[in-house]
Design a protein around this ligand. Structure first.
Ligand code: GDP
Ligand code: MN
Length: 381
């Protein structure tokens, strides 16, 4: 679960990481009142779960109440790379001397938290040269030792005058990372102010979804309006769904089968639009829920149902698909590949049905070729 900047900063403040004082607002009037309370200059910041807000015009400086209100009005409702701004954060403006980058991420391959620190902050970290980022793996059983944090600070090439407070901030960020079951805690920029204070000016926190049951305070921060609409819909309906970039919608029963389906789609020259596992589900309502999530993505031009019948019987799945089609209006072609228990019966049920958008296939590769061709026709139409 990704937190908004102001939610991350709330956690920072609770863990002793210095952040500028600020207020949350959802209307221009609230932003004006917040600015009056804080004192000028203030910065009005769009709260969306995406970086690059500054470049997109989602961060603006205001010197008086009228300016604060006008900026808030312009930012609320703004579209930032596909996300609409519904919330803003009004913050005391900072006097920036230097901008650094700091992060704690979970490094899956090393199975350890990884600390990163760079003197090249304030920009897209992907654009920073590898050798400009100092790295340190932390042994989770030992924790971060003070001398390690100090060494990372000196390796990173930041101003030695502030390496002590920066190392102290890293220690607090690491504690926060562990205490909140996070997968990522990123501060970009971490700034040194004109009067040499070290402050977190931005906050990006991703908490492990699997730990939310024991992070009730974080779970309460869930903000449906800021999430991707398909992923939000999937969560509400209990569907395992990951959105991807392509145009071929995929539904399969079982995560392994769905993963290999992604590969065959690529092999057939197409691009998967998503990963969707219906599990053992064959019931019409489960298929309706999955199809609705999938088809709410306008990029989807054709759908591949890939079912391997084991305990789940293919004839039941076929009936479920037909019932689902009665309930929802499907305008894109659907290729159904049924193999395994009762597959012949299943294909026969689909062939007998009066459903012009349905196509059937026996093998995965045949189905992939068909669906990729249909998606191409759909995209060209
Ligand atoms: P992002 O673009 O979404 O990553 O948003 P950030 O919160 O990182 O802000 C982007 C940039 O805006 C920062 O790197 C700063 O250069 C600038 N900025 C943000 N807040 C302030 C502030 O209080 N004072 C000044 N002078 N610049 C700010
Ligand atoms: Mn940033």
């Amino acid at each position: 679960m990704d937190l908004l900047e102001y939610q991350g900063k709330q956690l920072f403040a609770e863990h002793g990481v210095p952040v500028p004082e600020g207020r949350h607002a959802t209307t221009a009037k609230e932003a004006r009142d917040a600015a009056e309370e804080l004192g000028y200059p203030v910065v009005i910041k769009a709260q969306v779960q995406i970086g690059g807000r500054g470049k997109a015009g989602g961060i603006k400086l205001a010197n008086d109440a009228d300016e604060a209100e006008a900026h808030a009005k312009a930012i609320l409702g703004m579209d930032i790379r596909g996300l609409t701004v519904h919330e803003i954060w009004v913050e005391r403006a900072s006097d920036i001397g230097a901008e650094y980058y700091a992060a704690v991420v979970f490094d899956r391959s090393a199975k350890k938290p990884l600390l990163m620190l760079s003197a090249a902050g304030g920009m897209d970290i992907e654009a920073v040269a590898e050798d400009k980022i100092a790295r340190l793996h932390v042994d989770p059983l030992v924790g971060l030792r003070a001398e390690e944090a100090n060494r990372l600070a000196s390796d990173s090439g930041i101003d030695p005058d502030v390496s002590e407070p920066v190392a102290a901030m890293l220690a607090k960020l690491y504690d926060l990372f562990v205490a909140t079951d996070s997968m990522l805690v990123e501060v970009n920029p971490l700034i040194v102010t004109g009067d040499r204070q070290v402050v977190a000016l931005d906050a990006k926190v991703t908490v492990d979804d699997n730990a939310l049951f024991r992070q009730p305070k974080v779970a309460e921060m869930r903000n449906p309006s800021a999430e991707d609409p398909q992923e939000q819909m999937a969560k509400e309906r209990g569907v395992t769904y990951v959105k991807l970039d392509g145009e071929v919608g995929i539904l399969g029963n079982g995560a392994g089968l769905v993963m290999s389906t992604l590969d065959v789609i690529a092999q057939a020259g197409g691009r998967p639009a998503n990963f969707l596992d219906v599990g053992g589900g064959a019931k019409a309502e489960e298929i309706v829920a999955a199809l609705e999530v999938l088809l709410s993505d306008p990029k989807v031009k054709a759908v591949l149902f890939n079912i391997f019948g084991g305990i789940t019987r293919c004839d039941e799945v076929a009936r479920g698909i037909l019932q689902a089609l009665e309930q929802i209006d499907v305008r894109v072609p659907i290729v159904v590949r049924l193999d395994g228990t009762n597959d012949k019966e299943g294909r026969q049920i689909l062939a007998d049905a009066d459903a012009p958008q349905l196509h059937t296939a026996k093998t995965m590769l045949e189905a992939a070729d068909m669906v990729v061709a249909l998606a191409r026709e759909g995209a060209a139409a």
